[in-house]
Design a binder for this molecule. Structure first.
Ligand SMILES: Nc1nc2c(c(=O)[nH]1)N[C@H]1C(S)=C(S)[C@@H](COP(=O)(O)O)O[C@H]1N2
Ligand SMILES: [Mo]
Length: 438
């Protein structure tokens, strides 16, 4: 079959488009840019980012939306399938929140490198070539905008730097869905091109290629003006393996500055997590989320006048300090993990919540509302599921590592439950209401 030759007008328009395109691309001359490099970075993100999204949603579920504790509260049809957060394995929340924060941070250098690798496309000319191309480009707004928004709000949150003036949880939650929509659209559109590009070169060979042998990627058939290869590449000043090592090194550095949030011996290196660092030495020298002073708790309020009130049964049961520590003791080694990043495992001793429920006269509580003597605020009460109350290691702790709780860690009594988010491990407990549905 003979190809129809294009009309003169079409040809002229085409020439002009190509010329404009070439002009736009001469500014971007790195010989490293190309579909293979972009696809390698893309493949890393394709493996990692879904994990960040999933662990983020798991954190949302761990807060207990079914108990009215969702953050943000009303998310309408954007509510994920909710289930009762289990108490086992006891390190479950430590793992999900640690992965969410840790992986989210470690992938930042990869996201930045990926953006660098496709930067010329941002200035592509003409900006839109067809309706389909317009749709494809529009998906970049939620994709790139969403990713950068989630990074910025997430990092500011773990720095306790609430400069943004809106609620972190609301913004980060909706931002995640915006990002996810863009991500799914982008992966759907680009997956065939990505797999083709990944097959075009061997990673092993690339890792053996020195700077002297580094050449631009060839333009793949079918990539045409959508290609990422520079029109007039400059000589290489870095090999592809050098670039990958730089990005990987960046991620390793972030990992090194983050790992201390969860390894007790390395607290001092957790530069990215200010509150993850140890606050004092000795048996109670592990991170403190909010000090007693910040919460308005004075030693007078937790002195001889302190009482624990248990309700939900036939009549309220009121215990003072000596009565509480006279109850059957139990000790458990349990992690505490703050959603803002840090976690630690300590040895807690106290009274089983199940024993307290029985003492109150409620043998099968369906939930329990734990109240702090702290007045008001987001941390002054938390609701637990029946399974969380009845777990044999769920404690109202009065001691940690063999010594009484310090005032900052919740003296005289605080909740500690396997796999429960740190935020619900209420400190300075004053009352527990064991609930059964009427
Ligand atoms: N009453 C009260 N309980 C609280 C808090 C608080 O500010 N007030 N902070 C919570 C949060 S967010 C965490 S992570 C844990 C931290 O416990 P720690 O300070 O003993 O390490 O306590 C939780 N219990
Ligand atoms: Mo926390």
């Amino acid at each position: 079959m003979k190809a129809r030759s294009p009309s003169r007008a079409t040809r002229l328009r085409g020439d002009r488009a190509v010329r404009a395109h070439v002009t736009a691309r001469v500014a971007w001359r790195s010989p490293l840019r190309g579909p293979w490099l972009t696809s390698v970075l893309g493949a890393v993100l394709l493996a990692g980012l879904p994990l960040v999204v999933i662990t983020g949603l798991l954190d949302y579920i761990a807060y207990g939306p079914e108990l009215g504790q969702a953050l943000p509260a009303g998310v309408g049809w954007l509510r994920p399938p909710v289930f009762d957060w289990p108490t086992r394995p006891s390190w479950l929340f430590r793992l999900t929140q640690g992965l969410h924060v840790g992986l989210g941070l470690v992938l930042v250098p990869v996201v930045l490198a990926k953006l660098w690798s496709v930067m010329p496309r941002l200035f592509a000319w003409p900006p839109v070539r067809s309706p389909w191309h317009a749709v494809e480009r529009l998906t970049l707004v939620p994709l790139v905008g969403g990713a950068l928004f989630e990074i910025v709000t997430g990092v500011l949150n773990i720095q306790y730097d609430y400069v943004f003036g809106f609620d972190f949880y609301t913004a980060h939650y909706y931002g995640a869905w915006v990002f996810l929509a863009g991500f799914i659209a982008h992966v759907t559109v680009k997956l065939p091109r990505m797999t083709r590009a990944l097959r075009s070169r061997s990673l092993r060979a690339e890792l053996r290629t020195s700077l002297a042998d580094t050449r631009p990627e060839p333009v793949l058939p079918g990539d045409g003006p959508d290609g990422l290869v520079a029109a007039s590449p400059a000589p290489a000043t870095m090999s592809r393996r050098g670039l990958l090592a730089l990005v990987g090194g960046g991620s390793l550095l972030v990992a090194a500055l983050t790992i201390g949030q969860t390894v007790d011996g390395l607290r001092g290196t957790a530069w990215l997590l200010p509150r993850g660092r140890s606050q004092d030495d000795g048996p109670t020298g592990f991170p403190i989320n909010r000090t007693a002073a910040a919460a308005g708790i004075t030693s007078a309020r937790v002195g001889a006048d302190w009482r624990l009130t248990l309700t939900g049964g036939p009549a309220p049961v009121i215990l003072d300090g000596p009565a509480l520590v006279a109850l059957p003791p139990h000790t458990a080694e349990l992690p505490i993990a703050c959603v803002e990043g840090w976690s630690t495992t300590q040895t807690w001793s106290g009274v089983r919540l199940a024993d307290l429920a029985a003492l109150a006269g409620v043998h099968r509580p369906e939930s329990a509302l734990v109240r702090s003597i702290e007045r008001g605020g987001a941390f002054s009460s938390a609701r637990l599921t029946g399974a969380q109350v009845l777990d044999p290691d769920a404690l109202l702790a009065t001691a940690v590592n063999g010594v009484p709780l310090s005032l900052d860690h919740g003296y005289p009594a605080r909740v500690i439950v396997p796999a429960l988010p740190g935020v619900h491990c209420t400190k300075w407990v004053g009352a527990i209401d064991f609930e059964v549905r009427p």
